[in-house]
Design a protein. Structure first.
Length: 133
């Protein structure tokens, strides 16, 4: 898993949307298992990459990244502590504000985009609520 996870992280950070979407799906799925959580937390760039993926310019990517962060924060105390780190938490707040702003000022979205945006905001809101506990 460690070597393969490096490739997944590279996919999450690349500029090609299909690679980013596939990588975000892998990370989301890994976030539900103890081994996957350990792999994510062992890479210092993993959490910042997930938070950067919450950008409202790609709501499909944002919904997967949000789900991964939600799974991590809800199932792993180490992840919860890592997300509470000042710089990570402030990046998460910025991402939440950007997603919220898109709902208020963006042109009308398709039903699929609207659902993905709502799901992204729900996931980020859940993460923020877990971190306040």
């Amino acid at each position: 898993l460690p070597e393969a996870f490096n490739a997944v992280l590279e996919g999450l950070e690349c500029r090609t949307q299909p690679a980013r979407l596939a990588a975000s799906l892998c990370v989301r799925n890994l976030a539900f298992s103890a081994d996957g959580q350990a792999a994510i937390l062992a890479r210092p760039r993993a959490l910042p990459a997930l938070i950067r993926a919450l950008h409202p310019s790609d709501v499909e990517l944002a919904v997967r990244a949000g789900a991964a962060l939600w799974a991590l924060s809800g199932r792993c105390e180490r992840a919860k502590a890592a997300l509470k780190a000042t710089d990570i938490l402030s990046e998460l707040r910025v991402a939440e504000r950007a997603l919220t702003a898109k709902t208020m000022v963006a042109p009308p979205l398709s039903a699929t985009e609207r659902t993905a945006l709502d799901d992204s905001l729900r996931a980020v809101g859940a993460v923020m609520a877990i971190l306040r506990e």
